[in-house]
Design a protein. Structure first.
Length: 516
């Protein structure tokens, strides 16, 4: 039974240890999985946080380029005619927007904003091209040259038609001019200083101008002047219309450019704002991921600690049970060994106890067999020995009481003198068999009945006398009894003396040990 319990206990311990080991492996695996998941999310979040730096760089670059795009347009359109770097810069902006579009792949809102910026750039380029076309018509002098050529052709045509019959009219004009006459000689310094002022002398000059006028050419000139006036008016009107159209287109371009630039910058600010907000959101998410990972790992550690404590409690409980079972097994082993020794003691004691009355019975039976008529005392001796042997057998049957080491004394009234006579009658055949003299020295007939366990007393006396006979080879054995009565209590002293080998001091120390 103890072996079965021990096997069950060992199986329980092994199962708990295996369960604890598996749980530890599971907890470590779970913690590793959560840590890997958390760090993976952290890395992805960090990548998302770092990615908007390129986005913001491109957004800022676009903002600066768009802000200076209008100035670049005016400068290159008005001062560097024919060198339109504005369009190349616009294409570069589109390429930058395509790069930014790749960075915002999957973000529909930002992609829509980038598309709006590209559409606005296209509208701006279209308006600028229209403006250039209008300016080209303004600065183009082809129509003006055509009008001048018409005038030149008209003049040549008129000169060819002139003939010799042209009437000439001569007009003479006479003009008289009075001028002061210069002084012929120079006057000296003194004469100039002290001389009198002379009277002014005037000179009369007659001039005559002749003007010839061709009367037929005058009519031709009038016709040419009219044609030239009409052509010049046409040129002036056309140039005025072109100027008005150019100014209108220039104003429209300026307003549209400002509006488009403002819209693009506004969209870029929205993109930048969302990028910054996304950075903040990614930072919050990164913190949340770290906190969630720490919380999950903490929960796992706490759960593992609690389950470890529970498993440790069960294991310690099993160890306590194991110790208790071990103690019980040791106690059972000790008890089994004790019972084995008790059986040995029992067999030894019983063999000794049984041998004494049997020897008495055999001795008296042998005497009776030699007598023709058995003596009553011999038959009584056999009877008393048989009664004592029966009591010993009853003791043997009460084995549990014997192996427990608990002897009970059965106090009953008995006659001490009769008990001692029975002891002498039982032991005498053994002494006679070894030719030993058995001397009984007691006189207690006056005592009468006493109360006690007569059976135990008889056992003790028979054992003492039996040992004396056993270790005595010759001589005598003296058995004496003395008693004293005090306050209704009788105190007996039993003395057994023999002429045997005796005991040394070493034997005297162990004489009261079992089976010594």
């Amino acid at each position: 039974m103890a072996a079965v319990i021990q096997k069950r206990f060992l199986r329980a311990i092994k199962s708990k240890v295996i369960i604890g080991f598996l749980f530890a492996c599971f907890a470590l695996l779970l913690a590793w999985g959560i840590s890997k998941f958390a760090f993976t999310r952290m890395l992805s979040t960090v990548e998302e946080i770092s990615a908007p730096n390129d986005r913001l760089r491109l957004v800022n670059d676009l903002s600066h380029k768009i802000a200076r795009l209008d100035q670049l347009q005016r400068d290159e359109a008005f001062n560097k005619q024919g060198n339109y770097s504005f369009l190349r810069e616009s294409r570069k902006l589109r390429a930058t927007l395509d790069t930014l579009k790749g960075l915002y792949f999957g973000d529909s809102l930002q992609l829509a904003r980038i598309k709006s910026i590209k559409n606005l750039l296209s509208d701006r380029d279209k308006q600028f091209v229209d403006y250039l076309k209008v300016r080209e018509t303004l600065v183009n002098t082809k129509s003006f040259s055509e009008e001048v050529q018409k005038l030149n052709d008209l003049v040549v045509k008129r000169s060819v038609q002139t003939d010799s019959a042209i009437l000439t009219t001569e007009t003479t004009t006479s003009t008289t001019t009075v001028a002061p006459e210069e002084e012929q000689k120079s006057r000296g310094f003194l004469s100039k200083l002290f001389g009198k002022k002379k009277a002014d002398v005037y000179k009369i000059i007659n001039e005559e101008f002749k003007v010839k006028r061709d009367t037929l050419n005058a009519k031709a000139e009038d016709s040419i002047m009219k044609s030239m006036t009409g052509s010049l008016k046409n040129i002036e009107l056309e140039q005025r219309q072109k100027s008005q159209k150019f100014l209108k287109r220039e104003a429209d371009l300026s307003n549209a450019s400002n509006a488009l630039t403002a819209q693009m910058l506004q969209i870029l600010r929205e993109v930048e704002g969302q990028a910054v907000a996304q950075i903040d959101l990614n930072g919050i998410q990164a913190k949340q991921v770290v906190n969630d990972g720490i919380t999950q790992i903490t929960v796992i550690i706490i759960a593992f600690f609690l389950l470890t404590v529970i498993m440790l409690y069960f294991i310690l409980t099993d160890i306590t049970k194991s110790n208790r079972y071990r103690k019980e097994l040791e106690q059972a082993k000790d008890e089994a060994e004790y019972h084995g020794k008790a059986k040995q003691r029992f067999l030894s004691n019983m063999s000794h106890e049984i041998r004494t009355p049997l020897q008495s019975i055999l001795g008296y039976a042998e005497l009776i067999s030699q007598q023709e008529s058995p003596k009553k005392k011999d038959v009584d001796a056999i009877y008393q020995s048989s009664i004592h042997l029966l009591q010993i057998v009853n003791e043997v049957l009460d084995y549990n009481r014997i192996i427990s080491g608990k002897f009970t004394f059965d106090a009953r009234p008995f006659n001490m003198s009769d008990l001692l006579s029975e002891v002498i009658s039982v032991i005498r055949p053994q002494a006679a068999a070894k030719s030993l003299l058995l001397v009984a020295d007691f006189d207690i007939n006056r005592l009468g009945m006493v109360e006690g366990d007569g059976f135990r007393l008889k056992q003790i006396l028979l054992n003492l006398l039996g040992n004396a006979i056993k270790f005595t080879e010759s001589g005598q054995i003296k058995f004496s009894v003395e008693y004293k009565v005090r306050k209704n209590q009788a105190y007996f002293t039993f003395t057994v003396k023999d002429t045997g080998v005796g005991m040394s001091e070493a034997d005297a120390k162990i004489v009261f040990n079992e089976f010594e």
